[in-house]
Design a binder for this molecule. Structure first.
Ligand code: ADP
Ligand code: MG
Length: 260
């Protein structure tokens, strides 16, 4: 099961991952009011769909007033946003997250994924964020650092040091980066995630380290243990055939293409 960025950020914040303040909205009026309530000079209007690539597709927009926020939201609500992850039909925008804008100095990539063969989480990090990790893996595999998390000992100090070095973090930023990585792994394990991805993780011009985007996927077989995660389920985002199959406890994966 997948959840929205704003929900992932709320969950991650509970584990100590630094995120910006934001408000989830379902109408353009709410978006305008949210900008005012945030009380920041720069806001970001972010469509909430279960797909990445929103920025490039026009689903992430910087705004500087409540009016502008509302207008941008009017242009997005109810429309299908097509990103490289949605397929040609796109995803209809029903929720928009308004977030405080960050002054970005640098974007990085950080994720934790379950290594099925080793039955252990693996931390993946790259100093270049923002772009697709698949693209980076194809063109610059050496730019990606991987560290397996010990199932009993958890993340170890030497791994945090190596990861921060790889990310180009030192001093106070390495401290903050280590804490963020540790918090992400703790959340991953506690919530039975299959993926917890922060792309980008950023350093701001003020020197803060934080999660600017967040994607979390969960092991369906462990959902019964996590009521707070199940509450995040958004059936609008799930394939009706898969929802139907779940009622009968089947793992049905809808594939695109023509059936013969
Ligand atoms: P997606 O991965 O779906 O494109 P992101 O949340 O990663 O969406 O946003 C895309 C880009 O928009 C980021 O890489 C960042 O440059 C910018 N961005 C996103 N959120 C903020 C924010 N709160 N402040 C400033 N810039 C942002
Ligand atoms: Mg992103």
């Amino acid at each position: 099961m997948n959840i929205h960025e704003y929900q992932a950020k709320q969950l991650l914040a509970k584990f100590g991952v630094p995120v910006s303040k934001g408000i989830a909205c379902t109408t353009a009026d709410e978006v305008g009011k949210a900008f005012t309530d945030l009380g920041v000079p720069l806001g970001v209007v972010k469509v909430q769909i279960h797909a990445g690539g929103r920025g490039k597709a026009g689903g992430v927009k910087l705004v500087r007033s409540a009016d502008e926020a509302k207008k941008v939201a009017q242009g997005l609500f109810g429309k299908a946003l097509v990103t490289h992850q949605t397929g040609p039909e796109g995803r209809v925008v029903k929720t928009i997250y308004v977030e405080a804008g960050s002054d970005i100095a640098r974007e990085m990539y950080l994720a934790v994924v379950m290594d099925r063969s080793a039955q252990a989480p693996v931390i993946i990090a790259a100093a270049e964020g923002g772009m697709d990790i698949e693209e980076l893996a194809a063109h610059k595999p050496a730019a990606i650092a991987r560290h397996r998390v010990h199932p009993v000992k958890g993340v170890q100090g030497f791994q945090l040091r190596a990861l921060c070095k790889h990310l180009g973090l030192s001093g106070e930023q390495a401290k903050a980066g280590s804490k963020l990585i540790q918090s992400l792994v703790t959340a991953f394990m506690a919530l039975d995630c299959s993926l917890a991805e922060i792309n980008p993780m950023i350093i701001t011009k003020q020197g803060e380290v934080k999660a600017l985007d967040a994607k979390m996927s969960f092991d369906d077989n462990a959902l019964f243990r996590h009521k707070d995660v199940v509450e995040c389920r958004d059936l609008n985002e799930e394939d009706p055939k898969e929802i139907e199959a779940k009622k009968f406890d089947l793992n049905y994966i809808a594939l695109t293409g023509t059936s013969s």
